[in-house]
Design a protein around this ligand. Structure first.
Ligand code: GTP
Ligand code: MG
Length: 195
């Protein structure tokens, strides 16, 4: 993918009306701090266009990045952020659901899981929910640079088992630090969802 231009075109807060886009959308879901915004920066070849933070709960809006006037990468707020009230979590859960359920242009949902940890109950719930909406999520196992190379297969297997993935489900190990997985991800997106 050649990135000619990127533009944070729409930012939706909890009460915002979601955009009625005409270009295809690809969305990134995952728990808070898993690396969604970092991944989007990596895909866009930008260092810090999408705001990232070591503190969970950085992205609290749904952000639509227009790429080359051809499609959107959609950065979703993370779930499972402990410091947010139960009421706030529910509101965001509903907003994410509203988007995933309602978008007419959504072509694919990528679910990010930290490669170091077994998927949580929330991860599993998100995975099942995405499936129930008729999508076949692609799993991205993030922060690959944080584990030893020898641990990779074992950790990917743990992610597969934790989510109960079928054989046919793709898991892409990824690192925003080393950019590993970037080309594979773009290739898949271009081939399967953007043509
Ligand atoms: P929320 O917006 O809070 O939902 O988080 P997020 O999923 O967007 O995570 P973000 O991209 O802000 O990254 C969270 C932290 O993890 C930051 O400190 C990043 O620098 C770090 N991080 C993200 N991806 C990687 C990675 O591949 N490797 C390493 N080592 N750190 C990463
Ligand atoms: Mg973020």
């Amino acid at each position: 993918m050649i990135i000619k231009n990127v533009d944070l075109e729409t930012v939706c807060g909890i009460t915002s009306k979601l955009p009625d886009n005409t270009l295809p959308e690809i969305a990134f879901a995952g728990k808070s701090n898993v690396g969604k915004s970092s991944l989007i920066n990596t895909l866009m070849n930008r260092k810090s266009y999408a705001r990232i933070s070591a503190t969970p709960g950085k992205t609290q809006t749904i952000n639509f990045y227009n790429i080359n006037q051809e499609f959107y990468l959609v950065d979703l707020p993370g779930y499972g952020y402990a410091k947010v009230s139960e009421q706030e979590k529910q509101k965001w859960g509903r907003m994410i659901e509203r988007y995933l359920h309602g978008s007419k242009q959504l072509r694919a949902v990528f679910l990010l899981i930290d490669i170091r940890h077994d998927p949580s109950a929330n991860d599993k719930m998100m995975y099942d929910w995405i499936v129930s909406q008729g999508y076949q999520p692609i799993i991205i196992a993030t922060k690959l640079d944080k584990i030893k190379r020898s641990q990779k297969d074992k950790q990917v297997k743990a992610v597969r088992q934790g989510l109960g993935l079928s054989q046919g489900t793709t898991v892409i190990p990824f690192s925003s630090v080393t950019k590993q997985g970037r080309d594979e991800l773009w290739e898949l997106a271009e081939k399967e969802y953007l043509n």
